[in-house]
Design a protein around this ligand. Structure first.
Ligand code: UGA
Length: 432
């Protein structure tokens, strides 16, 4: 098949590269000239494991191309994917500015019949809207068909997830469109769910909202476990062994972040509002997650009356390990509160330091490694469970800090390890 992918963010780029890897001819289109130039040089603007190899191989074999020119990119194409960002408006709804811009460009450049596939996460009903937006503006006499093919990729393991996902969801109103997309995706060898447009759009939101709910649920159970003397590690293990519950996404911590769960939970609440439905369960999940982000500083405040002038090491700034992304990361509100309380904050993250400097600016200090951050600190707070942080020996905290008091927001160490090392260790959902 000949395919165009519009948008070279982590979803579009990974989708384009993976579709070319299974034999399709793909051209990725983006309005960002610098990004396209970089990609033509086979350099990925984002870090995704395995992506550079895919770029090299498929560019070499002329199956993968990049352009900023819609006319060139759409030439000969049977299928066009839309994979641009849908950030959040102030009221929680999805911002469709980029989707609208793509609709306009497609309408003026399409010269042949195509299937348009939406990969971007969009509110229910948007695919019908996209079809109308393009059809109303079409310059040439062409027929467009529309499909929804939501992604379930995790940032950092997006290539792996594309080839090893649990399912591929395709939504369309015509069987012929579903057949064509099933053929495009056949090379991934994954179970395929065929459904209509609105159900496909809903599957994406419902899946992310469910995972966010699962995390908030285990966080609430952790908070209660602490109060009644249970240990959340054992509680989660015992719960997760029930196949109906499943053990994944039961790691208690300081809440979910990133560019997806916070945005998508709020977007589905906004969709529900528009449909005059009160989505109480997700309202509570959003509130619960907000509260959870503050819990680590609450613990510090319970232990120390005042943080004025104290040196606090903050370890891990990214919203999760193996990414440099700080979007909706708990570290932003945690550091802000520590500064407000008068603490002197020293931060370290294995990958997110450059992004952190843009967001946290000169309000905090930036250390070159864990050792420098915790040296002579009064308190160490762990916010992201990076392997490097998990492997940093607890004994070292004892050697380097004034008095080793650790608040671990991601339960990186077992209670036994903490006890053996003799540090003062506070974590989430476990007896102190
Ligand atoms: C998430 C979904 O996992 C993907 O399936 C989806 O495609 C993607 O959003 C999206 O909509 O594009 P991602 O945001 O990359 O992927 O990250 P996750 O690995 O799912 O983690 C999200 C957040 O939940 C992180 O802040 C993580 O620390 C937190 N989390 C995750 C927990 O607090 N506990 C857990 O047990 C699992």
């Amino acid at each position: 098949m000949k395919i165009a992918v519009i948008g070279t963010g982590y979803v579009g780029l990974v989708t384009g590269a993976c579709l070319s890897e299974i034999g399709n001819h793909v051209t990725c289109i983006d309005i960002d000239e610098e990004k396209i130039e970089t990609l033509k040089q086979r350099v990925s603007p984002i870090y995704e494991e395995g992506l550079t190899e895919l770029l090299n191989r498929n560019i070499n074999q002329s199956r993968l191309k990049f352009t900023t020119d819609y006319r060139e990119g759409l030439q000969d194409k049977d299928i066009v994917y839309i994979a641009v960002g849908t950030p959040q408006n102030d009221d929680g709804s999805a911002d469709l500015t980029s989707v609208n811009a793509v609709c306009k460009s497609l309408a003026s450049h399409l010269t042949r019949d195509v299937i348009i596939v939406t990969k971007s996460t969009v509110p229910v009903g948007t695919n019908e809207y996209i079809k109308k937006e393009i059809e109303d503006r079409l310059v040439n006499d062409v027929t467009i068909k529309i499909a929804s093919n939501p992604e379930f990729l995790r940032q950092g393991s997006a290539v792996y997830d594309t080839f090893n996902g649990d399912r591929i969801v395709i939504g369309a109103e015509e069987e012929t469109v579903l057949d064509a997309l099933e053929e495009v995706n056949a090379g991934f060898n994954l179970p395929i769910v065929r459904t209509n447009l609105r159900s496909a759009e809903m599957i994406k939101y419902a899946s992310n909202a469910f995972l966010a709910t699962k995390i908030s649920f285990i966080n609430e159970m952790a908070n209660l476990s602490e109060k009644i003397g249970a240990n959340i590690d054992d509680v989660a293990e015992g719960m997760g062994m029930d196949g109906r519950i499943g053990g994944a996404f039961l790691n208690a911590g300081i809440g979910y972040g990133g560019s997806c769960f916070p945005k998508d939970t709020r977007a589905i609440i906004s969709v529900a509002k528009d449909a005059s439905y009160d989505m109480q369960i997700l309202e509570n999940v959003v509130d619960s997650n907000e509260r959870q982000r503050g819990i680590i500083v609450d613990k510090v405040k319970e232990r120390f009356d005042s943080l004025e002038g104290m040196k606090v090491a903050v370890l891990g700034l990214a919203f999760k390990p193996n990414t440099d992304d700080l979007r909706e990361a708990p570290s932003i509100s945690v550091t802000a509160r520590l500064i407000e309380e008068g603490a002197e904050v020293h931060t370290y993250d294995p990958a997110a330091m450059d992004n952190a400097k843009n967001i946290l600016s000169d309000q905090v200090n930036y250390a070159v490694d864990i050792r420098e951050a915790v040296a002579h600190a009064d308190i160490a707070i762990i916010l992201t469970e990076w392997q490097e942080i998990k492997e940093f020996p607890l004994d070292e905290y004892k050697n380097l800090m004034n008095e080793a008091v650790i608040f671990d927001g991601r339960n990186c160490f077992t209670l036994k390890e903490a006890e053996n090392s003799g540090v003062e260790y506070h974590s989430i959902g476990r007896p102190s």
